[in-house]
Design a binder for this molecule. Structure first.
Ligand code: GTP
Ligand code: MG
Length: 406
């Protein structure tokens, strides 16, 4: 069967009410609920949905049946009628039972943050690999919730949240979906094996890899474009990039490294998505240097930086050599710039300043060479410039990986 993200086409006329439940767990997580709501509104906008209202509710723990509680559900119902909303989007993950109850009570489509993100990804996926990954994430998310989706999905007719497996899929039994999940995993393993071969060939040829990572909308694709004149898509929308793109980057010494742009991260990134995107994100694990791009102009930059660090550790790339790139400083008030971390592992730039891009490239070279300088010298070492490179062996690991010869 061909991979399929079940794109039923977004209904541009959709009107959504955003709902957030602030629990004790949310409060303790360090996330700012108001900012998370702004982000949800941005996600809705990216999905082509008009936001017509917002509601917040405080509770120590979610209500098992109604999520926000029965009373609040009534308030939401009144607001839906007032604003003629067609959808309610919840900022937290809902269980199948909660979706079913809310759907019956509110009589609109019920979507949660995870579904919205999966929907955006479904709209963005272009390569076979990307499509496989999104379908796997969609099915893994839906399988345990199938019973709660009946009304929602039979409503179909397009719109957000309906890009998931559609009505015909629902009519098929769970066993069929499990079978499809197994098949998708098998196909993805094939893709991973292929990528692995590719990476091994690159390593053997001594190609040094630098990966751009960071929160969505931080400016990763813009930096790739500015640094390499690559014709990549950058947009003021969340998740503009889905598939990794690599371009050669020339360093001041004349050496070339491979610079790779990757999918952006976001807080509460669906776990099914992280799992499905492991194949793509393995590029990050293999990189000789990570450029962690942070939108310095965002009031949430520290939180965003922490979220990216968390996802990187989850992927096993927590200890990778990295350079913190504070981007968009042209949008930052001078007082805020002073608060940004400095030192050898951080840099402040505007992607639109040629001078800053020169500094960034120099710093990338320094970092790659700098790691070499930390190595003790094995026998038969030759001295090159200010770096000492073991003869014909890897600069960083000494195992032939990612050699960076000046
Ligand atoms: N003012 C300013 N805007 C920037 C800068 N760098 C990027 N942008 C803008 O920020 C927006 C997002 O940039 P992208 O390069 O698409 O961001 P990204 O990190 O690739 O985002 P995703 O692919 O969604 O993860 C675009 O509108 C860019 O023009 C900068 O240094 N200054
Ligand atoms: Mg991008």
């Amino acid at each position: 069967m061909k991979p399929n993200t079940y794109d039923t086409g977004a209904d541009r006329g959709e009107r959504a009410l955003l709902v957030s439940l602030v629990t004790e767990a949310v409060r303790q997580s360090g996330a700012d609920p108001a900012h998370s709501m702004d982000e949800l509104a941005n996600l809705a906008d990216t999905a082509g949905v008009e936001v017509v209202g917002r509601m917040m509710q405080n509770r120590d723990v979610p209500d098992a049946r109604w999520f926000v509680g029965k009373g609040k559900a009534q308030e939401i119902k009144a607001m839906i009628a007032e604003e003629a909303a067609t959808t309610a989007i919840f900022d937290q993950e809902l269980s199948g039972v909660q979706v079913r109850n809310l759907e019956e009570e509110l009589d609109v489509k019920i979507i949660d943050r995870t579904q919205l993100i999966l929907d955006i990804f479904a709209g963005r996926a272009k390569t076979r690999e990307g499509i496989l990954q999104v379908e796997l994430a969609q099915l893994s998310y839906l399988l345990p919730r199938l019973s709660g989706q009946g009304k929602n999905l039979s409503r179909l007719g397009g719109g957000i949240g309906t890009r998931g497996p559609g009505e015909t899929k629902l009519e098929t039994d769970r066993r069929h979906i499990r079978g499809r999940i197994t098949e998708l995993k098998r196909q993805l393993e094939g893709v991973m094996a292929h990528r692995k071969l590719h990476r091994e060939r690159r390593k053997k040829n001594g190609v040094v890899q630098v990966a751009l990572v960071g929160y969505t909308n931080a400016g990763k694709s813009t930096l790739l474009r500015q640094l390499t004149s690559a014709d990549v898509f950058a947009e003021n929308k969340l998740f503009a990039t889905l598939d990794p793109t690599s371009r050669a980057l020339s360093l001041p010494s004349g050496k070339e490294v491979l610079l790779t742009d990757t999918v952006g991260f976001i807080q509460n990134l669906p776990h099914d998505l992280v799992a499905a995107f492991r194949a793509t994100l393995e590029e990050v694990n293999e990189a000789d240097l990570l450029l962690h791009v942070v939108d310095a102009s965002s009031p949430m930059r520290d939180r965003q930086r922490a979220v990216v660090d968390e996802v990187l550790s989850e992927l096993g790339a927590g200890g990778q050599p990295s350079l913190l790139v504070y981007n968009k400083i042209d949008e930052c008030p001078p007082a805020a710039i002073g608060l940004l971390a400095g030192g050898p592992d951080a840099l402040r730039v505007s992607a639109f300043s040629a001078r800053d891009m020169d500094s960034l490239v120099r710093r990338i070279e320094d970092k790659l060479l700098g790691d070499v300088r930390l190595l003790s010298l094995p026998r038969g070492t030759r001295r090159v410039g200010r770096a000492c490179l073991p003869r014909r062996r890897s600069a960083r690991t000494g195992d032939g990986r990612g050699s960076f010869a000046a």
